[in-house]
Design a protein around this ligand. Structure first.
Ligand code: F3S
Length: 395
């Protein structure tokens, strides 16, 4: 693989331990995927932030890198295991909180912004059309590629961190034009909620496993529905890019194409998909929205649906600190809190130590959350659209 002089120097250890380790990871990856060279990136986004996933070994590796390392590009973090300001109120045990804070400190020392969100594009990290980036949260990767038209492979936490420290990533996969063309045409029904969008994504991801779906027939989908569709696609499959006819920025390039194969997904298929991921719950420990982290539009819709009624059980919303600040600025946060809605930041139920919070049953509107909550935490989950979930919360 061709390396510039600076890259050779970093690899030889002339720019310190962290830069050398980063280059070793990137060169190894580049060789595996046949990259001819590295390409400079505009930003990085790093997953694997929760102490629940990193453990002691991961923390030690980070501390070692932080001794002499610094990121070369703007870099943001995925959610960690707790709300950094309100972890005690969430019920997070102190021993976990101590370790989690050490992880964040190490990232801070590396020069990384503690945005702690899976929606960095709602918190200032917004790459433009054609920008090369190295992101690792799967729902953010697919959003960046599909909705923003940026270019990123689905990085792992370590490779995104390496790219951030070196300021570059191997040139292969979705950084190249030839890998961004659709591989499958999906005829889909009109989507009317985030839940339907996420169920459609989940079903198509499960059927395809990989590749680039091109959706036709979705109607006028919102930004939040695209966010949910991408999260679904990326959770049941390894999909990192999709196009929607007439909506996503690269779709026009392929509008005349005839995919070799096509699939039709019906409304009945979506209902079946939701049933597959869902079970009936009478008295859930938690009702939550915000997987991926909620936007200001979702917070507003929640407030309108509640119509001033008080919450009768635990209803948590997960959002980035940027979105929470926006809600505070327009007086929405205060109104939500007055009727009993709690907005947490920096974390989500999937990466928090959920069992230690005493949560065993959850109602939510995200198929991604349903999949991971069941498989990682053994939690029982029911999926409902936002309107129904709100009625459960006020009951
Ligand atoms: Fe984000 Fe957690 Fe869902 S990181 S995408 S809210 S699983």
């Amino acid at each position: 693989m061709y390396l510039t002089r600076l890259e050779e120097e970093m690899l030889a250890g002339e720019h310190g331990y962290a830069a050398q380790k980063a280059m070793e990871i990137l060169v190894a990856l580049g060789k595996i995927y046949g990259a001819e060279r590295l390409i400079e990136i505009r930003s990085a986004q790093i997953s694997g932030v929760s102490y629940a996933n990193l453990g002691e070994e991961g923390l030690e590796f980070l501390l070692k890198l932080a001794e002499d390392g610094k990121v070369r590009v703007p870099t943001t973090l995925n959610p960690c295991g707790m709300d950094l300001e309100e972890w005690a109120e969430m019920g997070v045990p102190e021993d976990f909180a101590d370790k989690q804070l050490k992880v964040i400190e190490a990232y801070l020392k590396l020069g990384i912004e503690p945005t702690l969100t899976c929606t960095p594009y709602l918190a200032g990290n917004i790459p433009g059309l054609g920008d090369h980036v190295a992101w690792s949260e799967s729902s953010a990767v697919i959003y960046a590629n599909s909705v923003l038209g940026a270019r990123t492979n689905r990085e792992g936490g370590p490779s995104a961190l390496a790219a951030a420290i070196a300021g570059r990533t191997p040139l292969y996969g979705l950084h190249l034009d030839e890998n961004r063309a659709p591989t499958m045409l999906i005829r889909a029904p009109r989507i009317s909620s985030e839940l339907e969008a996420s169920a459609l994504g989940y079903r198509v991801g499960r059927m395809l496993g990989s590749g680039v779906p091109f959706f036709k027939g979705l109607g006028a989908v919102s930004r939040d529905q695209l966010k949910a569709l991408g999260a679904g696609l990326a959770s049941s499959g390894g999909i990192a890019l999709f196009h929607v006819e007439g909506i996503t920025p690269e779709a026009h390039r392929y509008s005349g194409m005839h995919a070799e194969e096509e699939i039709e997904v019906t409304e009945k298929d979506l209902r079946e998909e939701i049933e597959l991921l869902s079970e009936s719950l009478e008295d859930p420990d938690l009702i939550f929205i915000g997987c991926p982290h909620a936007s200001i539009e979702e917070l507003t819709e929640l407030y309108l649906l509640l119509g001033g009624r008080r919450i009768g059980r635990r209803l948590w919303v997960f959002a980035s600190r940027a979105v929470k600040a926006q809600a505070e600025k327009i007086g929405l946060l205060e109104k939500l809190e007055e009727i009993g809605v709690k907005v947490y930041c920096d974390t989500c139920p999937v990466v928090a130590p959920l069992r230690r919070l005493g949560v065993k049953t959850i109602i939510t509107n995200s198929s991604k959350a349903a999949y991971y909550l069941r498989n990682i935490h053994g939690v029982r989950v029911q999926l409902k659209p936002l309107q129904e979930l709100v009625e459960d919360a006020v009951r």
